[in-house]
Design a protein around this ligand. Structure first.
Ligand SMILES: Nc1nc2c(c(=O)[nH]1)N[C@H]1C(S)=C(S)[C@@H](COP(=O)(O)O)O[C@H]1N2
Ligand SMILES: [Mo]
Length: 321
């Protein structure tokens, strides 16, 4: 594996908490940005900070690294890695952390097919170029009305897509999670029509905010968070963020998606965070940030409206929920 950042096992054995490592590195990166060192990396954990991001941090004179980062406080590592949704390992929030150790993530390959110039079976290293790897502090919102702020490590999905070369027929992208009833004991129960599938319109997938994550808090993804690679779409409900991806298909038709299939009146294909449209069984107007007491107002497109609202101009968001 090419990834140079720490593995979860390295961190566990050290005295340093992932949060302290993370904050330490960000201080370092901000310092490097202030003194104008183009690429600031290779400190305790070496992910490369792209030059443009470092420079924009310098311009703003704040600890902002990526132009897309939220300035909100990251949710503690412990909560991010023990309060999860990953039905392949059980339906309880603490099931994935307890059960996901059976998932084998190395070696890992991803099948690419459909309307694309370079179909084939790719190893993780062939798919993820470390040159475009970035850290992004994103606000995440689950349809169950809780939210977190997570420092992801990943590459913009558009970089992967551009290299694969979708043809003019490709209008959507479809992702599929591993199906293996031995490694994923939750799949022995048919709570979902396995494998879990998700999709995006191609322009949503090409948006610079859309990330293919391979890590969080400066280390590779813990299994329960979707190792070794998972989707992160910060303006959509969490269920769009499909985990442990083994197949990427370029399609001309809107693909099915697992939550929509499970409960079509509750979960649409678009799944944009929209406080004005309640889930049939509860309100979406506010949310509980994990670790906080007072509920917060939920923001349209999860606060990313300035960046993404244009993707949905003219669409009836009540119909396309
Ligand atoms: N394969 C798969 N991906 C999945 C899920 C799942 O059950 N299986 N749950 C989704 C839901 S509902 C949420 S909120 C996020 C949770 O991601 P996290 O546990 O890393 O916070 O993963 C999404 N991706
Ligand atoms: Mo969710």
């Amino acid at each position: 594996m090419l990834f140079k950042f720490l593995k979860a096992s390295d961190v566990k054995s050290s005295e340093i908490t992932p949060e302290r490592l993370y904050h330490g590195r960000r201080d370092f990166m901000a310092d490097a940005a202030r003194i104008g060192a183009g690429v600031a990396a290779t400190a305790a954990v070496g992910i490369a900070v792209p030059k443009a991001a470092a420079q924009s941090a310098a311009l703003q004179g704040v600890r902002k690294i990526s132009a897309y980062d939220t300035d909100e406080r990251p949710t503690p590592f412990k909560a991010v890695t023990t309060y999860n949704n990953f039905y392949e390992f059980g339906t309880g929030k603490d099931d994935p952390a307890k059960n996901a150790h059976t998932l084998i993530t190395d070696p890992w390959s991803v099948k690419v097919d459909g309307h694309v110039d370079k179909p084939g079976t790719y190893s993780l290293d062939d798919l993820i170029s470390p040159h475009t790897m970035e850290e992004r502090l994103y606000r995440m919102r689950c349809v169950e009305a809780w939210s977190m702020v997570i420092p992801w490590v990943g590459v913009p999905l558009k970089d992967i897509i551009t290299r694969l070369g979708p043809t003019s027929k490709a209008k959507y992208i479809r992702f599929e999670t591993l199906e293996d009833h031995k490694q994923m004991p939750g799949q022995r129960r048919r709570v979902i029509n396995w494998p879990y599938v998700e999709g995006l319109r191609l322009d949503e997938a090409m948006h610079p905010l859309t990330l293919m994550a391979v890590g969080l808090y400066g280390q590779s993804l813990p299994n329960q968070n979707g190792a070794p690679l998972r989707l992160v779409v910060p303006w959509k409900y969490g269920f769009k963020g499909i985990k442990s991806i083994v197949r990427i298909s370029f399609t001309d038709r809107m693909p099915r998606n697992s939550w929509n299939e499970l409960a079509p009146n509750e979960y649409g294909f678009y799944a944009n965070v929209n406080p004005e449209i309640d889930h049939p069984r509860w309100s979406q107007a506010n949310e509980r940030r994990i670790g906080e007491f007072r509920r917060r107002k939920t923001l349209m497109f999860n606060g990313y409206g300035e960046e993404v609202a244009h993707l949905y101009a003219g669409m009836n968001l009540k119909k396309f929920y």
